[in-house]
Design a protein around this ligand. Sequence first.
Ligand SMILES: [Fe+2]
Length: 295
Amino acid sequence: MESIPLGPGFAAELRAVSLNDIANDDAAYAAARAALEQHSVLVFRGQEVTNELQLAFSRRFGPPEVTKVGSIGTGTHFVTLTTIGPDGNVVPPDHRYALRNKANQLWHTDSSFKAVPALTSVLSARIIPARGGETEFVSTRLAFERLDPALQKKLEHSFAWHDYAHSRGQIAPGLASPEERAALPPQCWRMVWKNPVNGRGALYLASHAYAIEGMEPAAGKKLIDELMAAATAPGTSYVHAWKSGDVVMWDNRATMHRGRPWPAHEARLMVRTTISATAADGLETMRPPPRQAAE
Ligand SMILES: [Fe+2]
């Protein structure tokens, strides 16, 4: 296995190893897992992906999420991100699918609004537009390390509230349906996720974050906005331009990402599998003390 650095201090392409190798070989998995802990974003090119292979590969890293209510793929282990409607045509810009793609264009980490957040997401390109539609990543680990030590210390002991309805509300009121709101109550997480393998902390933030526990709402929102801006400062991102056969995986504990726009009439279809974080990934360290959780 060979790893080629891609981004400013994070992200790497893995060569001479395939999804199939990692799905079936313990040594290949161990090497890929170590690369994920180190680089946070991994790119595989020229893969022949099926849903079955993507799931077998993803399962290596932990338990797969079951797709939530209101997404394409509900009840399965796959999320389909597309603007192709049931009739096979690209949907109009005000269609729910198109608005959801717009929501994915806000900086976020996947599943911070869920009762169990995600360790990693695996995304494969199935139909890609000729131009645009890139996925852009930043390292929230490097962002955390850029902050001054006093703020780092404060954030290590701070907790933020995450809500799916909050990020969707920035695109269109009511984009999160009543069923989604009922299934996805707000969650409270520590604002720094310390990687148990290398001990490095990362800002745990997303477009879903709306408040900081114990802070006045406007002040908490202002701090979240400032941290989001610092984490996504110009020159800090890796932009992945998709080619057919690409598979990209990222560490949701240490990155944020956003989709980039593409010409609205062009089709795009991506398939995501998402792996839940477990205690071994540092999940328990992210929970607020019981007193705060009970409030
Ligand atoms: Fe995402």
